[in-house]
Design a protein around this ligand. Structure first.
Ligand SMILES: [Fe+2]
Length: 474
């Protein structure tokens, strides 16, 4: 376990290293799949034969040669599910999860550059049973990929080809656009279709990735039948609508909300709360199994070169707000500010500026008291909050007041695909710049030091979020 698998660099592409905690599985390669390795000399394109590493590695069984492809079955079925995400550098890595019933004839992934006809690598996957869902998750992390480049891959024995695009190293010539929102898909109590409707709107913007700000399937952490169905429904619709007709799968960066946890909030456990991986996986089993990011302890940061850092926080679902997490947040903001990262964007689930939740309740207050001062100190432009199921853009806020010059704008409040709420909080609406009870997703574009965020609703109507529209040739 915990082995680093270093595969041969083939065909003039950068070395591709696979780091997974896994048991190496003996694999076969069928002629239909054509999962092959080109062993021509000078494959590094730099005068070396490209096979130097092969002599050192001890995992030769992870790569098969076309010379003598072993017999194995292939079929034209598709995997039960597929989720792409990142746990490290999005400019050069991709983590690919696929789901099956576990009756697999092949447990590996084949990958090639989109400009190359031949499969160049086959990589064994880590296999793990997904709690309660009666399906298995296979996971591979590809590393040392070329930035801003398209790759094609097949998973397991399935013939369908998928593709992904790595993120650019900078955004001077190539803006990055992503969609975000929270409260993704609530189909409890009947079929609504809001998740799919928002997905279809979002895909019109061809996002480079999507951020889910908690309350993903409303399946909590339980083992009840309807919880399983809610998660399976989410996964099916994500597969159907967030992978385009060409097989391009939009990577997903997930955050935790109350509906990812059996009892919703850490404080509800009282003395039964345990700050351990085991406890978190027990209470939020789907979340930690299905999403590689943020991983433990439930909050994390993802750095896109020096142009974007997605800071994913946990609004007291698996961790306290104050103390360790807030200290961590400060160090993250400090380091990235020092480094001159263009856009540091925090995301979390619970709203500090509600349209429904009580403004003076403890949790919104804790977020305003612990995180908001750090956002202000480190010059964060905009924070993404969710939870209250409506569109809300705040005025720029600093020290609990409107500050047009130095304030932080908060964009919320969830409802990508959950039931809508009106303005029912007892709070004065001093902080609300614009409010609308609509299903929506934010579409954010970063280009150099510019950032532009707008929301799109089901009718395609655009609501201003933050910044000015970015003029670009692309
Ligand atoms: Fe929600």
């Amino acid at each position: 376990m915990g082995t680093m698998h270093r595969l041969v660099a083939i065909g003039g592409v950068a070395a591709l290293i696979v780091v997974v905690a896994m048991t190496t599985v003996g694999v076969g390669c069928g002629p239909m799949v054509g999962c092959t390795v080109d062993t021509d000399e000078d494959d590094n394109g730099d005068g070396t034969d490209g096979n130097d590493d092969a002599e050192k590695r001890d995992d030769a069984d992870t790569v098969e040669s076309i010379e003598d492809p072993p017999e194995c079955e292939t079929d034209d079925d598709e995997p039960l599910g597929l989720i792409l995400s990142w746990k490290s550098d999005p400019t050069s890595t991709m983590t690919i999860d696929w789901h099956t019933d576990g009756e697999d004839s092949r447990r590996s992934l084949c990958v090639r550059r989109a400009d190359d006809e031949k499969w160049r690598y086959r990589v064994d996957a880590q296999r793990e049973e997904i709690p309660y869902l009666d399906r298995y998750r296979y996971r591979v992390e590809l590393t040392d990929l070329q930035p801003d480049f398209e790759y094609v891959f097949q998973v397991g024995q399935f013939e369908r080809e998928f593709r992904f695009h790595t993120m650019p190293e900078d955004t001077e010539d190539r803006p990055v656009t992503f969609a975000s929102g929270g409260d993704m898909r609530d189909e409890s109590g009947g079929r609504h279709g809001w998740f799919v409707d928002t997905n279809e709107r979002v895909m019109e913007f061809e996002p480079d990735f999507i951020v889910w700000g908690g309350d993903i399937a409303y399946g909590d952490g339980g083992a009840a039948d309807d919880h399983e169905e809610l998660w399976l429904g989410l996964l099916d619709e994500q597969y159907d609508t967030l992978i385009d007709d060409d097989g391009r799968a939009v990577p997903i960066i997930a955050g935790i909300g109350n509906h990812e946890v059996r009892q919703g909030y850490k404080h509800r456990y009282g003395n039964d709360y345990e700050p351990t991986d085991e406890w978190r996986e027990q209470e939020s089993p789907y979340f930690y199994s299905l999403f590689v990011f943020p991983g433990h302890p439930g909050y994390n940061v993802l750095d896109f070169g020096d142009y974007l850092s997605i800071v994913m926080l946990d609004s007291r679902h698996n961790n306290p707000i104050d103390g360790e997490q807030t200290d961590w947040l400060e160090s993250v903001l400090d380091e990235r500010t020092d480094r001159g990262v263009d856009h540091i964007l925090p995301f979390w689930h619970f709203t500090p500026y509600p349209n429904k939740t009580g403004y003076d309740r403890e949790l919104p207050r804790l977020i305003r008291q612990n995180w908001a001062p750090l956002f202000e100190e480190y010059g964060i432009e905009v924070g993404f909050m969710h939870k209250d199921h409506a569109f809300l853009r705040t005025h720029p806020i600093r020290d609990g007041e409107i500050d047009e010059e130095k304030g932080v704008v908060y964009l919320g409040n969830g409802s990508w695909g959950a039931s809508l709420n009106e303005w029912t909080t007892e709070a004065d609406d001093w902080y609300a710049d614009e409010f609308a009870s609509i299903h929506h997703a934010y579409i954010t574009t970063v280009a150099g030091d510019q950032i532009y965020s707008r929301a799109v609703d089901h009718d395609g109507e655009i609501y201003h979020g933050y910044g000015d529209e970015i003029q670009t040739d692309q």
